[in-house]
Design a protein around this ligand. Structure first.
Ligand code: FES
Length: 165
């Protein structure tokens, strides 16, 4: 059963005071709840937010479904979102994703690696085309100007970091 932390609750209550309509706070509150729920928006998250925000669950679900940055399925500790369109696509975004997935042990996008660390998604333009190809991990800053070698090394470095090396 999902419940926001005390700080999370304070955050949501504060967001509700910042806009003219409660609905305008949904995106920011979903972000917070997703972070507190290990990176995804489960039905319990929507139900809990609905109760805390006093907004019908269907409205929150609609927002969570519309925006691709909200994950409707469980993801690994590192949700790697690789831009595969336009410039990034032409400069090897897809090949780079395949190489990273192979290194991580994922057979397809959306699947979490056996060690629970990685989930990969191919996403649309993230607005950083001049530094293509690029990706984003969770909500951290972009990692840009990648090559396949750098991307594979990134997976190795993250795995080492997770294991405390
Ligand atoms: S095409 Fe990849 S960030 Fe725009």
């Amino acid at each position: 059963m999902f419940k926001l932390s005390e700080d999370g609750l304070k955050y949501v209550k504060n967001e509700l005071t910042r806009y003219e309509t409660k609905q305008s706070a949904i995106i920011r509150c979903l972000y917070r709840a997703q972070d507190e729920n290990g990176g995804w928006v489960s039905p319990e998250v929507i139900q809990h937010l609905s109760e805390v925000m006093e907004i019908p669950a269907a409205q929150i679900e609609e927002v969570a479904t519309f925006y691709t940055m909200f994950n409707k399925q469980k993801v690994g500790r590192y949700h790697v979102q690789v831009c595969c369109t336009l410039t990034c696509g032409m400069l090897g975004g897809r090949e780079l994703t395949d190489a990273m997935m192979k290194e991580a042990g994922c057979k397809k996008t959306g699947e979490t690696s056996p060690d629970g660390l990685f989930t990969f998604s191919k996403v649309e333009c993230l607005g950083s085309c001049d530094t293509a190809p690029m990706l984003q991990i969770n909500r951290d800053p972009y990692i840009e100007s990648l090559s396949t070698e750098k991307a594979v090394q990134l997976v190795r470095d993250l795995r080492a970091k997770a294991k405390g090396h």
